[in-house]
Design a protein around this ligand. Sequence first.
Ligand code: ZN
Length: 102
Amino acid sequence: MHKSLICDRCKETINNSTYLVSSNGVTEHRHLLCLLRYFSMLKRSFWAASLVGTILILLNQGDFIFAGDFYKGLVWKVPLTYLVPFCVATWGAVTNSKSTYA
Ligand SMILES: [Zn+2]
């Protein structure tokens, strides 16, 4: 028999998977949805996406942008180029913080 865990953010019981977050040497348990609202993780994903997205835009669209050719496709390609690395970084953080408990 194992003791039930309490989410350190919403204070409700964690029945399924728990996700561990550490800040200032303190480790906390969270639900998945509470983890997805964890500001430090979102901030890291944001900065990773900013760096990777900018590099990808320069690689893929740099020729057009520097030539002044702002064609219509940029309207969806640029946001998507930042969104994909944001999702990948967040997915990586979520899977890495998943605990084997329960
Ligand atoms: Zn919670």
